[in-house]
Design a protein around this ligand. Structure first.
Ligand code: PEP
Ligand code: MG
Length: 760
């Protein structure tokens, strides 16, 4: 095996050699796509480095019998290993080959080429080991000495305290994880932009190309209004080209090598960016990439010295499939109407679940029909193609879990279990909330269907927005999908599913003297999310356990029977009555914080009085977790009371608030969110709710408290717009809505800047 492989020698199957990043760059290069040149220092090189220098023995010795729960020891061992790797000279034969490769890259490009140095982890038997190793990137590296130093920094990143902790927690052998390092020329584009190989809004066979002066950041972040070109694929001609005024541009500062934003020279501001010749080159590349991947692509490009480079390519969507299904459904017979609870159109065989013992009936691709889903049904929900329920609104269990799994769902139909016929074929439209007779059952497995749904997600580039766009996570096992939206963090990590999935009531753990076990369940679950998202912030919401949902658990028999659980013993009020559960949660958070997961924050649900916040903080201190010092402490705004007297909560001390509009709506409008009989009146756009939201944002902005939204309303364009205009700090949307909300936010921000400029 070679120490170094140039991109030309790699393809998508070379992950064990080059890690995911390296293998994909190889795939694009070999498809004849001009990507900035580079090479990969293979995983084998890292292995040779640690064995030849014999530091592997020392590393193993240090890791042997390491108690990862002893934070100080873990940190000390991590530092010692990293130092050891950074200080150990690279053996001559390995060093020589890296120098030769860098020199070869310089010959191909320029003297002392500026490169990016990126780690690309890989593990035996696993396609992607990014979870088990850290992913570091060092930009603008110039000269072989700096390259070699940063290669060792990438190798060392395999032994960050968090990475060691994660591998130990998951019984993952340290010696089976390797790390490859990508060295790639940095492109200093004179002009750059994005290109969609089909029209992303209509699915028509037109390419949509946007371009502006300087580096791509301007277009991607939305700070520059780029030129826009529509290119007709059939006639191979430019259909339209709009020249916009480009005020600023991003470029590399020659002195510092850093990216800076400067004014566009006057003669370029209103000048056409993409010449006809460049357009030809770009669209030809677009066709080739689309052909290679056999799917419409969303790409990023840059042009330097007349060379066109493709910097990024990912699938857009299954626009075509969506269109076909739509036209078919027009002629179909609607047999049932409900609420659009999770988007997507899918067909399958109806299986009615009246009793939990019948879950085995659900085979891959079926439509699960039931009164209301429960946590026990999650494994069957994962197998299903779609879900239809009698009860529930758009924030019920079925809706939340379906959206997170990417499965279409129609809720609140009132009579699905009696109207739909067992074993009949139906098509469901989870956006409009309709069920049609018949349909063509997709041949792809649910996994493939999920993949398609996921592609829709990652369709749009992660625009840089001032307002952060985060994602909600309810099931740690679905966190990967959420992560792939490239959200700016997790604005809501729910605890309920983690607890329900154990089958044991949290209070039972406490009563049985098994608090340690409860803490471990929480640590294991939260870890999956904080590790994946590190260093992006994850707001862990403490348990909000409604009595009706927790009744089915072992130990849940003693849950009280409540006439209206939504107005009952749940949220913080319940946690303060059962403080041992809340303390166990705080202990779990403390444990993770000590392992270096400083990206955690705590969020309390359903508060109505500042005393509740005060008492919760006291309990945190009792377990040695100091609010505002060790960790950010925030609250959900879910009761009208808390919104109206938000100043009193701020006075008590808050780092952030997040609107739980699912609850805020039901409490403001006096509508049970799970009752389909009143769901037609359930609207988060009600002026009273908007008034409460804007009031809280204003008061929090005055006090420097961050504001966010994690209720379903944050995924609705019309409400998101009002919130961004009011000055909200972040929005946290469902996995399926992150990309759309991100685009919308970018647009609103642009509009705000433009309006302000016009007023001047
Ligand atoms: C909310 O109430 O808006 C919220 C996000 O919390 P949950 O849906 O878990 O009650
Ligand atoms: Mg809530």
């Amino acid at each position: 095996m070679n120490y170094v492989e140039f991109f030309e020698q790699l393809g998508k199957d070379d992950i064990p050699i080059a890690g995911g990043k390296g293998a994909n760059l190889g795939e694009l290069t070999n498809a004849g796509i001009p990507v900035p040149p580079g090479f990969v220092i293979t995983a084998e090189t890292y292995r040779k480095f640690v064995t030849k220098t014999e530091i592997i023995d020392k590393i193993n010795e240090l890791l042997n019998n390491l108690d990862i729960n002893d934070t100080n020891k873990l940190r000390a061992v991590s530092d010692e290993i990293k130092q050891l790797i950074k200080e150990t000279p690279i053996p001559d034969d390995i060093q020589r080959i890296i120098i030769e490769a860098y020199n070869a890259l310089c010959v191909k490009t320029e003297d002392d080429v500026t490169v990016a140095v990126r780690s690309s982890a890989t593990a035996e038997d696993l396609p992607d080991a990014s979870f088990a190793g850290q992913q570091d990137t060092f930009l603008n590296i110039k000269g072989i000495d700096d390259v070699l130093e940063n290669v060792r920094s990438c190798w060392a990143s395999l032994f960050e305290a968090r990475a060691i902790f994660y591998r130990e927690e998951n019984d993952f052998d340290h010696s089976r994880v390797y790390i490859a390092v990508v060295i790639q020329q940095m492109v200093n584009s004179e002009k750059a932009g994005v290109m969609f190989t089909v029209n992303p809004s209509t699915g028509e066979e037109q390419m949509l190309i946007e371009g502006a002066w300087g580096l791509g950041e301007g277009v991607v972040s939305g700070t520059v209004t780029p030129d826009t070109c529509v290119y007709d694929k059939e006639s191979d001609k430019e259909a339209s080209y709009i020249i916009n005024t480009k005020k600023t541009m991003f470029k590399k500062d020659e002195k510092t090598g850093k990216t800076i934003e400067t004014e566009v020279p006057d003669d370029l501001k209103d000048k056409r960016v993409i010449s006809e010749e460049e357009l030809k080159k770009l669209t030809q590349l677009g066709r080739r990439i689309e052909k290679h991947y056999k799917k419409p692509q969303d790409t990023e490009w840059g042009i330097e010295n007349d060379n066109v480079y493709m910097l990024q390519s990912r699938p857009i969507t299954t626009l075509k499939n969506i269109k076909e299904v739509k036209s078919e459904t027009i002629e179909r017979n609607i047999i049932l109407e409900g609420l659009g609870a999770s988007p997507g159109t899918v067909a399958g065989t109806v299986k009615i679940i009246n009793d939990i013992d019948e879950l085995d009936k659900i085979k891959d691709g079926d439509i699960l029909v039931t009164t209301m889903t429960t946590p026990d049904m999650v494994p069957a929900m994962k197998r299903a193609n779609g879900i239809v329920t009698n009860e529930g609104g758009v924030t019920c269990h079925a809706a939340i879990i379906s959206r997170e799994l990417g499965i279409p769902c129609v809720s609140g139909t009132g009579k699905a279990t009696t109207t739909l016929k067992e074993n009949s074929i139906v098509t469901i439209d989870g956006k409009k909330g309709l069920v049609f007779e018949g349909g063509e059952v997709a041949k792809e497995s649910q996994e493939e269907a999920n993949q398609i749904a996921q592609n829709v997600q990652i369709a749009t580039e992660p625009l840089l927005t001032v307002t952060d766009v985060k994602v909600n996570v309810s099931m740690p096992e679905a966190a990967q999908r959420a992560y792939e939206t490239q959200a700016d963090g997790v604005g809501l990590l729910r605890t309920e599913h983690m607890m329900l999935a154990t089958g044991v009531h949290p209070n039972k753990y406490i009563e049985d003297g098994r608090e340690d076990e409860l803490i471990q369940v929480l640590v294991d679950n939260i870890l999956k999310v904080v590790d994946l998202f590190y260093p992006k912030t994850v707001w862990y919401r403490t348990l909000d356990a409604p009595t009706d949902e927790f009744k089915t658990l072992e130990g849940g028999e003693s849950e009280p029977d409540e006439a209206n659980p939504m107005l009952g013993w749940r949220g913080i009020r319940r946690e303060l009555d059962q403080p041992e559960i809340l303390k166990a949660e705080f202990k779990a958070v403390k444990k993770l914080l000590e392992q270096g997961y400083t990206n955690l924050g705590i969020m309390l649900p359903l508060l109505q009085a500042p005393e509740e916040l005060k008492r919760a903080k006291e309990l945190a201190r009792e377990v040695g977790l100091i609010p505002h010092k060790d960790i950010d402490f925030g609250m959900m705004v879910e009761t009208p009371a808390s919104a109206i007297i938000i100043e009193d909560f701020i006075a008590e001390g808050l780092d952030f608030v997040s609107f739980g509009t699912n609850d805020l709506t039901q409490y403001t409008l006096a509508l049970d969110r799970n009752n389909e009989l009143v769901s037609k009146h359930y609207t988060e756009s009600h002026p009273a709710i908007i008034k409460l939201l804007v009031h809280v944002i204003e008061k929090c902005n005055e006090a420097g408290v961050k504001t966010s939204i994690c209720g379903q309303a944050g995924s609705k364009p019309e409400i998101a717009e009002k919130l961004v205009e009011a000055g909200i700090t972040s929005l946290s949307a469902n996995t399926d809505a992150v990309a759309t909300i991100r685009r919308l936010v970018a647009k609103i921000e642009k509009k705000i800047v433009l309006d302000a400029a016009r007023k001047q």
